[in-house]
Design a protein around this ligand. Structure first.
Ligand code: ADP
Ligand code: MG
Ligand code: MG
Length: 211
């Protein structure tokens, strides 16, 4: 059985930092259209902190602690709506993993599912509200289907990212119902959501780290 090792998840965190830095201006530009132009800055600040603390994070005894410590780092360093939401995602993603130091596709699905549940409990957004949930929820759905169909880890990650990309693009035509963009009502139509975009980048970084 192919598994994901704790060291690979540490590589994922490093790769998220790189991809966020590369896309900082894009994330900020998207947030400037229907928000307050700080999403790139917020995400970079949070993941710079993760990257500064990566040696300490790497000493986490298991994947649950690694994810929890990452989430706490994000909560304490990202301002704005996205900090507590991504922080909750990582903390809750860890919460279902017990003391594992490597995980199967099923574990990964359970982990991301619980992370997304945490984001939904906290932010109360549903699919269609033009937020990161439009990427995260279909990604969980895709992972569940892949588990059900016994797909390989590689294929499952690839399918998840395809679905996440569609979710990201689907936000363009939506009216924002949550977050700052919701103040614009119909004027939010025609713009891709910044948080959906960062969620896509985070999931894509996972696929590229593992596959
Ligand atoms: P802020 O809006 O406080 O400036 P950011 O710009 O960092 O924070 O993040 C904005 C992103 O957060 C949005 O693009 C959206 O995807 C996400 N978001 C905002 N509110 C919610 C919510 N209630 N649930 C899920 N995601 C949300
Ligand atoms: Mg913002
Ligand atoms: Mg802000």
């Amino acid at each position: 059985m192919v598994t994901i090792k704790q060291t690979q998840l540490i590589e994922w965190l490093k790769n998220i930092t790189l991809v966020i830095r590369e896309n900082k201006d894009i994330l900020t530009a998207l947030d400037s259209e229907i928000g307050d132009a700080d999403h790139g800055f917020n995400m970079e600040r949070g993941f710079n902190k993760v990257s500064e603390k990566i040696d300490e994070l790497s000493r986490s005894q298991d994947i649950a602690m690694l994810m929890k410590n990452t989430g706490m780092t994000l909560i304490s360093s990202i301002g704005g709506a996205s900090g507590p939401l991504y922080g909750t995602f990582f903390m809750q993603a860890g919460a279902v993993l017990g003391d594992k130091t490597e995980i199967t596709l099923t574990d990964l699905k359970n982990s991301i599912e619980n992370g997304v549940k945490g984001v939904k409990d906290r932010g109360r957004a549903s699919v269609g509200d033009k937020t990161m949930i439009d990427v995260l929820e279909p990604a969980v759905q895709s992972l569940s289907e892949s588990v059900g169909e016994n797909l390989s880890l590689e294929q499952a990650l690839s399918n998840m990212v395809d679905v996440a990309k569609n979710g990201m693009k689907s936000t363009i035509d939506m009216i924002a119902k949550k977050g700052r963009a919701s103040y614009l009502g119909e004027r939010s139509i025609g713009h891709q959501d910044a948080g959906a975009t960062s969620s896509y980048l985070i999931l894509k970084a996972l696929k590229e780290t593992i596959n």
